[in-house]
Ligand binder design. Structure first.
Ligand code: ASP
Ligand code: MG
Length: 404
């Protein structure tokens, strides 16, 4: 919801759904760059804003949206009731800035629906049962509010309206030939979201998978169908490959020549865990002189903190030196079909080599292959892999190239 004009248009869409005889619950996020602006203002008055107050501030963005939308719906002759996350019964833990939903007690929502009202809920926020304070669910958290409410209310679908018209086989800004996926399983969407596809908050997909909620990701600018994220079923098309995601938000930490003995990795990664640094890929080399190199990727913004922590640990464990490289990118190929099709990794690596892209790290899950490459190579890498698997053509995702 960019501006009040957009809000009026959303009201129109809501009216259409309501007049079709549906009970409608709308979860809103803040208008435009409101949240970014509030974060910036917080940092203008304090170098380290307390989490409690920051959450109090940020939840205001959604409160503005919810009340304006209620008024716009009212102006169309329907009645609407807006509720904060707390009023809507979104109960979370007390971790400010990334609270987890523990329970939903939507009594006021069902009551308002029963009274024939359109219900509007402020996204991205809840209240801690323990501290009684207002919390936020992490950036992009309105997606999670919507999925969680859909689950709690037993809604047949959770429609997420966004500024793109669905989930694509690759970022269309990078690969113009990328195609919209008609449907994708929760598992694949989870991997895509976790590997950099920014359409949905990772946590919302996790929640949808755990509670069996179907998500329809669609454009707020058109009536056209978008992408369905649902439980994998027998009737679902089963492409070998669903898409290529990329992520340029991480850096690579390399710890050189640590003693090759039990307990060293545990010590390093315990230090990160205790500092709440989320490590992604981890690679350890084979050492032959009694030492080994350990590398891992982690959010680029955490690089300086990770280095500082390791300065401590590395003298304890006797590491030679530690470096942090912030010029990397991660490219991931995702597809449920790769579980049963050999040769996908080989085909991906061949595509990268033909494009002259060097692979620095590799990691896999049963339905994903990720590589770390130079940041400067990310466009070439995504384009080459996307093309090699025929994702842009009519036969998107069929992956014949594997047999080639
Ligand atoms: N307004 C919050 C954010 O910008 C939540 C959301 O948009 O989903 O992160
Ligand atoms: Mg947002």
């Amino acid at each position: 919801m960019g501006d009040t004009d957009r809000i009026r248009r959303v009201a129109q869409r809501v009216e259409r759904a309501a007049r079709d005889g549906n009970g409608v619950v709308v979860v809103v996020s803040a208008m435009g760059s409101t949240t970014d602006r509030l974060v910036q203002q917080a940092h203008e008055v304090s170098p380290a804003p307390p989490g409690r107050e920051l959450d109090m501030l940020l939840t205001a963005g959604e409160r503005i949206s919810m009340s304006l939308l209620a008024m716009a719906i009212h102006a169309r002759g329907l009645t609407a009731r807006s509720f904060t996350g707390s009023q809507a019964g979104i109960i979370t833990d007390a971790v400010h800035g990334k609270a987890r939903i523990l329970d939903i007690t939507p009594g006021r929502i069902t009551e308002a629906l029963g009274g024939g009202h359109v219900v509007i809920v402020a996204g991205f926020q809840g209240v801690s049962r323990e501290s009684k304070d207002v919390t936020t669910l992490g950036r992009g958290g309105s997606d999670t509010t919507a999925v969680a409410l859909a689950a709690a209310l037993g809604a047949p679908v959770c429609e997420i309206y966004t500024d793109v018209d669905g989930v694509y086989t690759a970022d269309p800004r990078l690969v113009p030939a990328a195609q919209r996926l008609r449907e994708v399983s929760h598992e694949e969407m989870l991997e895509l979201a976790a590997c950099g596809a920014r359409v949905l908050q990772v946590r919302s997909v996790e929640y949808a998978r755990n509670h069996g909620v179907d998500i329809h990701v669609r454009s707020s600018f058109s009536w056209q169908d978008g992408t369905w994220v649902r439980k994998a079923t027998k009737t679902m098309e089963h492409p070998i490959i669903s898409g290529v995601a990329h992520d340029t938000s991480e850096g690579k930490l390399v710890i050189r020549r640590v003693p090759d003995k039990p307990g060293v990795a545990a010590q390093i990664f315990t230090a990160f865990a205790d500092a709440n640094i989320n490590v992604d890929m981890i690679v350890q080399n084979v050492g032959d002189d009694g030492t080994t190199d350990i590398s891992c990727t982690l959010p680029r913004a955490e690089g300086p903190r990770a280095l500082q922590l390791l300065e401590h640990v590395s003298s304890e464990i006797g590491a030679h030196h530690v470096t942090f490289d912030d010029q990397i990118a991660k490219v991931s190929l995702v597809g449920a079909g790769m579980k049963t099709h050999p040769g996908v990794a080989a085909a991906m690596f061949r595509a990268l080599s033909e494009a002259g892209v060097n692979i620095e790290m590799i990691s896999t899950s049963t339905i994903r292959i990720s590589v770390v490459v130079r940041r400067a190579d990310v466009d070439a890498a995504v384009t080459a892999v996307h093309e090699h698997f025929g994702l842009g053509g009519e036969d998107a995702g069929l992956g014949e190239v594997i047999a080639r």
